[in-house]
Design a protein around this ligand. Structure first.
Ligand code: PRP
Length: 179
């Protein structure tokens, strides 16, 4: 019955729950942006690649996809410094932009992205994340949120531990003795 990887403690969000919620989020986004010419969707690598692929394929509005990659060393520091490793291919001035993240953990990445991308004068800027950990240190609003999850190490559906477990179809808690 229990066939999950032995490194995992428990499944937090099942494959079925994710696919249902992705449809709901895509429907809501499609409705909210039905009057814009196109939505400029920004996936944050690496983690967002699976969520981004599933979400965008359920949208019923015109959209383009682009990606950014950010450094993550800021997480281990109080400063929360974040650095762009790979930037967008196009200017986003006057574009309606939606940031897509796999997880909001401390909130530092999303806060940084909001500041940087708002500085490029988009027509609008919204955020979408599959999961958000409770008790984040930076209080940053998420416009389209899949699930709130407990403050544990999670993997799967794009989320990794040392680049492993990203392609699990669900979001699971990693056992403490696995890291
Ligand atoms: C993860 C995730 C977010 C960020 C959120 O990326 O994809 O971008 O952390 O954390 P925060 O809210 O504490 O800022 P990570 O740095 O693990 O890189 P990866 O996506 O390439 O695995």
């Amino acid at each position: 019955m229990n066939q999950i990887n032995p490194a995992l403690e428990r499944i937090l969000v099942s494959e079925e729950e994710i696919s249902q919620r992705v449809i709901e989020l895509a429907d809501q986004i499609s409705e909210d942006f039905k009057d814009v010419k196109r939505l400029y969707i920004v996936g944050i690598l690496k983690g967002a690649f699976i969520f981004m692929a599933d979400l965008t394929r359920k949208l019923s509005i015109p959209h383009v996809v682009d990606f950014m990659a950010l450094s993550s060393y800021g997480k281990s520091t109080e400063s929360g410094a974040v650095r762009i490793l790979m930037d967008l291919r196009e200017p986003i001035e006057n574009q309606h932009v939606l940031i897509v993240e796999d997880i909001v953990d401390t909130g530092q990445t999303l806060q940084y992205l909001n500041r940087i991308l708002m500085g490029r004068n988009p027509a609008s800027l919204h955020t979408c994340a599959l999961v958000r950990k409770v008790g984040q240190s930076v209080n940053i609003p998420v416009d389209y949120l899949g699930f709130d999850i407990p403050d544990v190490w999670v993997v799967g559906y794009g989320l990794d531990y040392a680049d492993k477990f990203r392609t699990l179809p669900y979001v699971a808690e990693l056992k403490r003795d696995s890291f």
